[in-house]
Design a protein. Structure first.
Length: 524
């Protein structure tokens, strides 16, 4: 056995993999039971042979295994496998969760104008205008601002446009900091039911005792990974064992769990006290006079309540049913509890937002952007930009749009409105589910595919009216139904290149090898 410290292990792994491995990366492997923890009295040690076994079985051979599964035409350069989560969620890109978005480095690779051994052509240059007709959470716009490129984003969802606008907006730092502190202070002074705090304190004490006894940290996770423990049976038994303790505390403190109504998303998916706190914070936000500040405070609250829904930690992305009791958490490998207050999350996300806005402010270039709420199939881009941003309108009329970088929705995979149902409920935005292209409820059948081809084609035909002559269109798609050749033909374009990339950083439990294609269209 060759035991080393976390710091020594990171140096060894850096040499072994020939890329930087931080001590935090090693700590992650220990924390989640990928390698066994050794040492006592707070000094964590790992066995280098255990670490080497992990890298040999997974990381080192990942490229070979993925190419065997997905084909040797896989462009591994576009896997960005050297990146950590902190890189792919840099600055404002993590202001609000959004299912189905691509990482900023993918956009950066195609629009930033750099060249290397794999990409010799420059598609966009400083001062160009780039368009994203499926704006989503605004990744393309943000990267364009970083790259000194003007940008226009369009989305049928008003909430998506709000996310993107909040990310792209330049704020007065002093005013935003003051507003955030006022918001936090307002919730701190709000105590609808002071028994909640006492109840949670005792519940956490009981959970700590129980989890320390039965779910022994990294050793427990390591034994699960090695197959020494039947996780499902053991966890179910312990879940049932703790439930009476939870129920006894609810009775002791007379805690009201459910709300009186169940008419809306906010009624169903939040504990009673959480809903009362949400209402209080939202009323405080409404009193903010500055529109830009009011909108980002509302986005902070939206991000907060998403994390405070009454569901398990592992089901945040795909809600199943309200979780109103303690439960075994497959993410944290212990008994967890639902949230009874938004205070901790609001505080964390408020100051995280402030820091991310500051970080992006140092990188942003003095370019123009426009975020348009509308249907990309029919929207008059010039008219909308002229109303929103006259300076950008002048540039648009003079030089036109250089092209597109976007990820159109996939056929029948995501309900883009429903994933933010809580926000539509809270903010009162009108939902336009019926205008989504490729929406989940339409399925993936023949008719759905026909409708999809028509929808994407109409978007491209409408947008290309504003393009300069030698334009470049990049569409990130998982084209398992081979629809894009027909889309190109019906749009009066041709596919000049395809980049097939592995998608490594996925949040879902399904870790099967998965790829997507970046189609490069040009005019015929």
């Amino acid at each position: 056995m060759n035991l080393v410290t976390i710091s020594e292990a990171s140096k060894w792994a850096t040499n072994f993999l020939e890329k930087e491995v931080l001590p935090t990366n090693i700590s992650y492997l220990v924390q989640y039971g990928k390698v066994k923890k050794h040492g006592e009295n707070g000094s964590t040690m790992v066995d280098l042979s255990d670490l080497k076994k992990y890298y040999d079985s997974y990381n080192g051979k990942r490229e070979i295994n993925w190419k065997k599964n997905l084909g040797y035409d896989l462009n591994w350069t576009l896997s960005f496998d050297n990146l950590r989560e902190v890189d792919t969620t840099k600055h404002v890109h993590r202001l609000h969760p959004y299912k189905g978005k691509y990482i900023p480095q993918l956009v950066e690779y195609f629009i930033d104008g750099h060249t290397d051994d794999f990409k010799k052509e420059v598609y966009f240059k400083k001062g160009d205008i780039i368009l994203d007709p499926f704006l989503g959470s605004g990744t393309t716009i943000i990267q364009s601002i970083e790259a000194d490129i003007h940008s226009i984003g369009i989305d049928v969802s008003e909430f998506n446009c709000m996310i993107s606008s909040c990310k792209a907006t330049h704020y007065n730092d002093e005013s935003l900091q003051k507003a955030i502190k006022k918001l936090i202070s307002s919730l701190d002074s709000f105590e609808y039911d002071n028994k909640i705090k006492e109840f949670e304190t005792e519940l956490l004490e009981e959970l700590a005792k129980f989890n320390n006894k039965y779910f022994f940290g990294s050793d427990f996770k390591y034994k699960i990974n090695q197959g020494d423990i039947n996780e499902k049976k053991f966890s179910t038994d312990k879940e049932k064992e703790f439930l009476p303790i939870y129920q006894k505390l609810l009775k002791k403190y007379s805690i009201k769990i459910k709300q009186d109504r169940s008419d809306s998303f906010l009624d169903i998916w939040f504990m009673n006290n959480v809903r009362l706190e949400i209402n209080h914070v939202f009323e405080t936000i409404k009193q903010e006079k500055d529109v830009k500040t009011r909108r980002i405070l509302a986005l902070i609250l939206s991000r907060t309540i998403r994390s405070c829904r009454a569901t398990t930690h592992s089901d945040l992305a795909t809600l199943k049913e309200p979780q109103l009791t303690t439960y075994y958490c497959y993410k944290h490998k212990k008994i967890c509890k639902p949230l009874f207050s938004i205070k901790t999350m609001l505080n964390r996300y408020a100051f995280d937002t402030l820091n991310r806005v500051r970080e992006f402010d140092k990188l942003r270039k003095p370019v123009y952007y426009s975020v348009i709420t509308g249907d990309s199939r029919i929207v008059d881009i010039l008219e909308k930009v002229e109303k929103q941003n006259p300076e950008l309108s002048k540039i648009l009329q003079k030089q036109k749009i250089a092209g597109i970088f976007c990820s159109p929705p996939y056929v029948g995979q995501i309900d883009y409105h429903e994933q933010h149902a809580y926000a539509y409920d809270l903010l009162g935005f009108k939902r336009k589910d019926e205008l989504e292209i490729g929406s989940l409820y339409k399925g993936q059948g023949i008719e759905a595919r026909r409708s999809y081809i028509e929808g994407i084609t109409n978007v491209l035909n409408n947008c290309k009216k504003y393009f300069k002559k030698d334009y470049n269109v990049f569409l990130v798609a998982n084209d398992k139904f081979n629809l894009y050749p027909e889309i190109a033909e019906k749009s009066g374009m041709k596919i000049v290149n395809q980049f097939k990339r592995p998608v490594l950083n996925r949040t879902e439990r399904d870790r099967n090898p998965y790829s997507e294609i970046i189609f490069h269209f040009k005019g015929i």
